[in-house]
Design a protein around this ligand. Structure first.
Ligand code: ADP
Ligand code: MG
Length: 240
């Protein structure tokens, strides 16, 4: 299995004792799957994603990617957050390029990667724009391009469309399905919106608030969304 979460628990010490955010979470995600975890606010969704991203250490158990235990953040995982986290003073292009710089990718490769992924998210005409000139949906597409540009093996999204209005959210849902099909990415997404999960995911994990366990796992019958509709090829570097 590509992603394995085994006996994962996360407890936070509090003044009155211990807060159990996650307790004995077990699941796997295969390559190419689109899995959503749904749960109410406070059910531990962000905490779960942070453990997978390696931004935090679990109290017990752990996370494995391709058999390797996660001990910290890594270029194999691309992150997208609800509030875009773009640098307001940087152009769209520079925002996407920034992540690549952090990963030590040389300038000449960076330019090509940035161009390619802005094309993938349909923002080529906005390369020189600043984030404030873009709509919420466009900003989130920049954040997705930034996450993809480093060519991660899995995309991790924490309520990425939660700040968007209904219409933009629907547009982004279509965009995500399309992106997933074109790139055959492995996606793990957190949301409190069950309808969103049903539309996007091929499998849904439901987190219960108390005590932060997975209470149900649902396989979704996907409608026939035949591959390659858009005729855009997967980036050759995905085949490395
Ligand atoms: P969700 O994303 O589902 O809304 P979170 O993962 O953010 O839930 O939080 C789960 C529980 O863990 C909440 O009760 C929250 O208050 C608590 N929690 C999250 N992060 C911390 C932290 N760093 N310190 C203490 N408690 C935390
Ligand atoms: Mg959260």
């Amino acid at each position: 299995m590509f992603l394995q979460v085994r006996q994962l628990s996360k407890h936070f010490p509090t003044r009155r004792g211990v807060l159990v955010a996650l307790e004995d979470i077990n699941f796997t995600v295969a390559q190419g799957e689109f899995v959503c975890a749904v749960g109410a606010s406070g059910s531990g969704k962000s905490t779960l994603l942070r453990q997978i991203a390696g931004l935090d250490q679990p109290t017990q158990g752990g996370v494995w990617i391709d058999g390797q235990r996660v001990t910290g953040p890594g270029a194999d995982r691309g992150m997208v957050f609800q509030h875009y986290t773009l640098y307001p003073w940087m152009t769209v292009q520079a925002n996407v390029e920034f992540g690549l710089k952090l990963h030590g990718i040389p300038r000449r490769c960076r330019r090509e990667q940035v161009r390619y992924y802005l094309e993938v998210v349909g923002l080529t005409p906005f390369s020189e724009a600043l984030p404030r000139q873009l709509s919420g949906g466009m900003k989130q597409r920049v954040a997705i391009a930034r996450a993809l540009a480093a060519e991660p093996r899995i995309l991790l999204l924490d309520e990425p469309f939660g700040a968007l209005d209904l219409h933009t959210r629907e547009t982004m849902h279509e965009f995500m399905v399309n992106l997933w099909q074109r790139t055959q990415l492995t996606v793990f997404m957190i949301t409190h919106d069950v309808e969103e999960a049903v539309f996007l995911a091929n499998r849904i994990l439901a987190l219960s608030a108390h005590p932060g366990r997975i209470c149900q796992e649902i396989r979704v019958e996907l409608p026939d969304r035949s591959l390659g509709v858009m005729g855009i090829k997967r980036h050759p570097r995905f085949h490395d």
